[in-house]
Design a protein around this ligand. Structure first.
Ligand SMILES: C[S@@+](CC[C@H](N)C(=O)[O-])C[C@H]1O[C@@H](n2cnc3c(N)ncnc32)[C@H](O)[C@@H]1O
Length: 220
């Protein structure tokens, strides 16, 4: 855990114990450091499906020029995220909002858009609609960063599938209409069909989950 990670996790000190555990596990298992390194240091950011806000707060903590707008359908998570934001950055810079399933971001409004481990919860049609709207929300010259899971190696893929079925089902940790891991080639071609230049990066070295990032840039 680096200094910003410590500060971010510390901001959840007053949260319910379940949320504290969830945020600590999320920070430990998701590649937030490598994702952060792909993003610009300044500008207006959208964190689509922000959950408890760990990534959004981490982005704002690592570079003070980032203004983060986090949105999620889970009102309980957004409440936790807001309280942590007030603790970490009382002067502002991060705003969390509850949205409904049919919310779409404003067009060409963000310098960077991040969407981390959300698309697999939306079904293929929902994921397609969402990707297109996130691409449209990215300004010319801006960046859309999507992270999902790769389909290989098989053991990492199987581990992820079991874990996500538990999280969305009996454990009730994640709100989603389905668990449908999407083919990486489909994500790439959808982004390219929106006019973005896509670089794909694996982020799973020494990690049990097959993290795969799509770094998609909208030309000027
Ligand atoms: C696995 S969590 C990832 C949270 C966060 N992005 C992170 O990396 O820690 C998936 C999140 O997507 C949210 N979500 C599901 N469907 C959504 C939708 N239609 N619009 C916005 N958020 C959604 C869930 O409520 C949940 O918080």
């Amino acid at each position: 855990v680096n200094a910003c990670g410590r500060r971010v996790l510390g901001a959840y000190a007053g949260a319910p114990v379940g949320a504290r555990l969830h945020t600590a596990i999320r920070y430990a298992t998701a590649p937030f450091g490598p994702l952060e390194a792909k993003l610009p240091g300044v500008g207006r950011f959208l964190d689509y499906g922000c959950g408890h806000g760990v990534l959004g707060l981490y982005l704002a903590c690592t570079e003070s020029g980032r203004r983060v707008h986090g949105v999620d359908v889970a009102a309980d998570k957004v409440t936790v995220a807001r309280t942590a934001a007030q603790r970490l950055l009382p002067a502002g810079g991060v705003e969390f909002q509850v949205v409904n399933q049919s919310w779409f971001p404003p067009v060409a409004a963000y310098d960077a858009v991040v969407c981390v481990d959300v698309l697999y919860l939306l079904g293929a049609e929902g994921a397609s609609r969402t990707l297109r709207s996130l691409a449209a929300a990215t300004k010319p010259g801006g960046l859309l960063l999507v992270k999902e899971m790769a389909s290989s190696p098989r053991w990492k893929h199987s581990l992820t599938t079991v874990q996500e079925r538990l999280s969305t089902g009996p454990l009730g940790l994640t709100q989603g209409v389905t668990v449908e891991l999407l083919a990486p080639g489909w994500i790439r071609s959808t982004l390219e069909s929106c006019g973005l230049m896509v670089e794909v990066a694996r982020m799973d070295k020494w990690r049990p989950h097959p993290h795969l990032a799509f770094v998609a840039r909208r030309p000027q």
